[in-house]
Design a protein around this ligand. Structure first.
Ligand SMILES: [Zn+2]
Length: 45
């Protein structure tokens, strides 16, 4: 799962079951889920 740090805005890929949620860059513990905004749209035809 890809998250974005609410503090430093870094994109962080985290398996929360293994390591818990914490930004590896700044140590902040509030990360928000990154939305897939870059989905390529292919004209349907
Ligand atoms: Zn951070």
């Amino acid at each position: 799962m890809v998250y974005k740090c609410a503090h430093c805005k870094q994109t962080v890929e985290i398996d929360k079951d293994l390591q818990g949620i914490r930004c590896p860059f700044c140590g902040h513990r509030i990360l928000v889920k990154e939305r897939p905004t870059n989905i390529k749209r292919v004209p349907a035809q």
